[in-house]
Design a protein around this ligand. Structure first.
Ligand code: KG4
Ligand code: ZN
Length: 356
C-alpha cells in the first residue's frame, strides 16, 4: 500500500481511538525539541535541546550552524523523548513535525527526519504550523481551554492579535507593521550590550529598574488593532546614544524597565481595545497569550491586570512552554490529525508559512 493511502486509513482509525499518542519534532529555529503528547492535551515527555551556546558567540542565530546542529541532535532528542515516555516507537500512533515558518535549512532537517521515520515505521505524519503550535501550548497548560478565544501571539517573528474561532480556524484582528515584539526586545538588548537572546535578559534586568525613568513615545499605527515597534526602538536607541555622548554611565536597568513597560503596555492596550470594542465577535470572554515574549514577566502582570479589569479569563502557557518546544507541536498536530489532515511524502519546509 502506498504511504499516502496508509496514512489516510490509519488517521481514519485513530479518530475512533480513545487515546492517541503523537511523537512531535520542532526544529524551526535554534531549539531541537521532541515530545510525546496524549490527545493533544497531556505531556507524556518533553525534551528541549537549546543551541543558544553555539550561536551566542555570533550575537544571533547562524542558519548554517543551526541546520547542522539539528541534524546532529534530532535522533538523540527523539530517542530521549521516547525514553522519557517509557515507550517504543511502535506504541506511538502518529508523528508530527514543524513545517514552517522558520529557517529553511533548520525546518528541512526536521521535515526530512520525520518523513523518513514515518515511512520506515508506517505511521501517519502531520505537518504543523509553528505559530499554531505556540497557540496550542495553551491547551497543554489549560486542558479546559476551548475555542473561541482571543489570542496575542508574540514571538521573535510575530506580533499578532487573532481570534481563534475553532481548532485550526483563525481570524486576523491586528498585526505589526514592522518589527515583532521579540525582535524589538532583542534589538534593544543589543544596544545595551546584552548577549543573545536579548528578550529574557532585558526582562531580568528590568526587574531591578525604574520603568518610569525614561519617557518613550506611544507608537502610532494605521489600524486600530495593529502594532508598530520600530519607532519605539529608534527612540530607545537615540536615548541610549544621548547618554553615551554625554559620557554618562548607562543606567541599564532603568532603560530596560522603561523599554519593557512601553512594549508591554502597547501590546496590552490594543488587546484591551479589541476586548472592549469587539465583544460580540471575539473570544467570548477568554484571552490567551502565546510565543516567546509571553514569558515576559511584565507582560504577564499587565495581562493579569487587564483581564481582571475587563472580567475576562486569562490563559497563558507555563513559562517553559512559551518558548519553542516540541510539546506544542504535538498538541496542534492532534487536532489536525483528528480532521484527517495528514501529510504525504512531498511535504516540504515552508519558511514563510502563514497562520492566516
Ligand atoms: O517563540 P519564540 O521562542 O521563537 C519564535 O518563534 O520566534 O520567541 C523567541 C523570542 C525572542 O525574540 C526572545 O528574545 C523573546 O521571544 N523572549 C522574550 C522573553 N523570552 C523570550 N522577550 C521578552 N521577555 C522574555 N522573558
Ligand atoms: Zn517560536
Amino acid at each position: 500500500m502506498k504511504f499516502e493511502e496508509m496514512s489516510r486509513l490509519k488517521a481514519e482509525e485513530l479518530r475512533k481511538q480513545e487515546t492517541v499518542r503523537i511523537l512531535s519534532l520542532e526544529t524551526s529555529c535554534d531549539e531541537t525539541a521532541a515530545a510525546v503528547i496524549e490527545n493533544g492535551r497531556r505531556i507524556v515527555s518533553n525534551v528541549v535541546f537549546s543551541q543558544i551556546d553555539l550561536h551566542e558567540l555570533y550575537g544571533g542565530v547562524v542558519p548554517e550552524i543551526a541546520s547542522r546542529a539539528h541534524m546532529e541532535a534530532c535522533d538523540r532528542v527523539i530517542d530521549e523523548a521516547l525514553k522519557g515516555a517509557g515507550m517504543k516507537l511502535g506504541e506511538i500512533d502518529a508523528l508530527a513535525v514543524t513545517k514552517g515558518p522558520g529557517l529553511v535549512g533548520a525546518l528541512l532537517t526536521g521535515v526530512n527526519c520525520m518523513k523518513g521515520l514515518a515511512f520506515a515505521a508506517g505511521k501517519p505524519l502531520v505537518g504543523v504550523n509553528h505559530i499554531e503550535g505556540h497557540v496550542s501550548a495553551n491547551y497543554l497548560t489549560h486542558p479546559e481551554l476551548e475555542p473561541p478565544f482571543l489570542c496575542l501571539v508574540v514571538s521573535g517573528g510575530h506580533s499578532h492579535l487573532v481570534e481563534v474561532a475553532d481548532y485550526g480556524v483563525y481570524r486576523l484582528i491586528g498585526q505589526t507593521a514592522d518589527d515583532a515584539a521579540g525582535e524589538a526586545f532583542d534589538k534593544a538588548a543589543r544596544v545595551l550590550g546584552l548577549p543573545y537572546p536579548g528578550g529574557p535578559r532585558i526582562d531580568a534586568l528590568a526587574e531591578e529598574g525604574n520603568p518610569d525613568a525614561f519617557a518613550l513615545p506611544k507608537p502610532k499605527t494605521a489600524g486600530r488593532y495593529d502594532y508598530s515597534f520600530s519607532g519605539l526602538k529608534t527612540a530607545f536607541i537615540n536615548t541610549v546614544h544621548g547618554i553615551e555622548q554625554r559620557g554618562e554611565p548607562l543606567p541599564k536597568a532603568d532603560l530596560a524597565a522603561s523599554f519593557r513597560k512601553a512594549v508591554c503596555s502597547e501590546l496590552m492596550d490594543k488587546a484591551e481595545r479589541v476586548i472592549l470594542e469587539q465583544a460580540a465577535g471575539d473570544g467570548k470572554g477568554a484571552f490567551a497569550m502565546a510565543g516567546g515574549v509571553s514569558a515576559n514577566r511584565e507582560l504577564r502582570r499587565t495581562a493579569q491586570a487587564m483581564c481582571s479589569r475587563r472580567k475576562v479569563k486569562l490563559y497563558m502557557p507555563e513559562i517553559p512552554l512559551c518558548t519553542d518546544n516540541g510539546a506544542m507541536i504535538g498538541s496542534a498536530a492532534y487536532y489536525r490529525l483528528m480532521r484527517g489532515e495528514v501529510a504525504d511524502l512531498r511535504m516540504n519546509a515552508e519558511p514563510a508559512l502563514r497562520l492566516l
